[in-house]
Design a protein around this ligand. Structure first.
Ligand SMILES: Cc1cc2nc3c(=O)[nH]c(=O)nc-3n(C[C@H](O)[C@H](O)[C@H](O)COP(=O)(O)O)c2cc1C
Length: 418
């Protein structure tokens, strides 16, 4: 497939505006500025673009929820927090093709009537934040940002807001709290951000990759985008492959590419000729799949149907040397560390899960620990304030469902089966 999202990555000075313009950059913005804003939203709807941040919500529909009242202040927030372990796709766009993101943001702001946008970037991405600042300065200088863009009457300012390194700040309402200078904790929904978001104003929050799809939809048309991959969740998708493969990295492929093809063809198969044991298909919250399950189409619907999820598309591959108890412990430790503490089931539940997994891993497990873990999962899932706690449960349930005997073995024998 012809690359759309990563096409400039690897070109010399790919982050510079001149490189971007030489490849037809900002032409989509020019076209969009001549269009009716409703037509742009309809086009994004028709393209079938689903948000690439994890939840897979239809982007055009989200934009259409923004009130049309021109006197209301509106905001766009680009979610560049990229906190899900195993996910490293947005960073590549930010560092190597920042103008693709800025153009997508400008079109989105024009469509929803926002004159101010924020890029909430993960605090650790210092280089990326600098690249964005430089790109924004270039865009102002050439008239693609600022007042009366290209004489259209549309004005836009984009600000970079650096986060402080908390996974929860990637959750859209915690992100808004953080931009407002408050502690990053999720808000109660409803009201949804489309009606009351940043500073209580209508706000769209979209992921970096989602916004980076927008210029191509405008320039090539909704039909072209919709023709790539499965009908229900089409378009190009960046899969980030890490773990025990020969060629870890980012692969831009059609949505719906089989997981087996991603692992064995693009990522070069399992390292040292070993056997595949399990794959996490969409960042650590996504329940893992076993070797027998990887002939699966990597798209939102199919993975959900199979009891997992596409999430952010971060594919983590584990070979047969992996102890599932250790993997579950490490993943769970992350969730309990990152639990924001706002709600009890997540704060206490993930802490308990981690301490049980820790004693299993260190040979101090007790009879009944596996049942205790399963009971805890049931007490957390669906009872937390935001999906962070659900993510912790889904990850553990995936491991327990497929490798329960390893957990039992650890509890009974104090060591690994592998
Ligand atoms: C705990 C948690 C962390 C999240 N982290 C991110 C993140 O780092 N980046 C992201 O784009 N979305 C993240 N999300 C999803 C966002 O809440 C939101 O759905 C997304 O930014 C919407 O953009 P999209 O519609 O373009 O996917 C996270 C959600 C949760 C519950």
């Amino acid at each position: 497939m012809e690359k759309v999202l990563l096409k400039n990555v690897g070109k010399p000075d790919s982050h510079r505006i001149d490189t971007y313009l030489a490849g037809g950059g900002y032409e989509a913005l020019k076209k969009a500025l001549r269009m009716d804003t409703e037509d742009i939203i309809q086009m994004v709807k028709d393209s079938g673009l689903m948000g690439r941040g994890g939840a897979g919500f239809p982007t055009g529909l989200k934009w259409s929820f923004i009130p049309k009242d021109p006197t209301l202040q509106k905001y766009l927030c680009c979610n560049a927090d990229e906190g899900e372990p195993g996910t490293f796709k947005d960073r590549s766009i930010i560092e190597h093709d920042p103008h693709l993101l800025l153009e997508g943001m400008a079109i989105s702001c024009y469509a929803i009537g926002a004159d101010t946008a924020y890029i909430y970037i993960r605090g650790e991405f210092a280089f990326g934040a600098r690249r964005l600042e430089e790109a924004i300065a270039e865009a102002y200088q050439k008239g693609y940002l600022g007042k009366d863009i290209l004489g259209s009457g549309f004005s836009l300012n984009i600000h970079v807001h650096r986060g402080f390194g908390a996974y929860i700040c990637g959750e859209e309402t915690a992100l808004l709290e953080s931009i407002e200078g408050c502690r990053g904790q999720p808000r109660k929904k409803p009201p949804f951000p489309a009606l009351s978001g940043l500073y209580g104003k209508p706000t769209v929050i979209n992921n970096v990759e989602t916004l980076a799809c927008v210029p191509t939809i405008i320039s090539r048309g909704a039909e072209w985008f919709a023709s790539i991959g499965p009908e229900k969740s089409p378009g190009p998708k960046i899969f980030g492959v890490s773990g025990h493969v020969n060629r870890p990295g980012l692969y831009e492929l059609p949505m719906g590419t089989p997981l087996r093809e991603i692992v064995y063809e693009h990522a070069g198969g399992i390292r040292n000729g070993r056997r595949l044991k399990a794959v996490i298909p969409g960042g650590v919250s996504a329940p893992l799949l076993t070797e027998e399950q990887i002939d699966i189409s990597m798209d939102f619907d199919t993975l959900a149907h199979e009891g997992s999820m596409l999430g952010s598309g971060g594919v983590i591959v584990m070979d047969d040397t992996t102890c599932m108890v250790k993997a579950a412990y490490i993943i769970n430790r992350f969730f309990s560390h990152e639990s924001c503490g706002k709600c009890t089931p997540c704060r206490e539940g993930t802490t308990w899960m981690t301490s049980i997994l820790k004693r299993l891993e260190y040979g101090e497990g007790r009879p009944g620990d596996v049942e205790l873990l399963e009971g805890l999962c049931g007490n957390i899932f669906g009872r937390t304030f935001c999906p962070l706690g659900d993510g912790a449960v889904m990850a553990l349930r995936g491991a327990l469902r497929n490798f329960r005997q390893e957990f039992v073995y650890h509890a009974e024998n104090g060591r690994c089966m592998v």
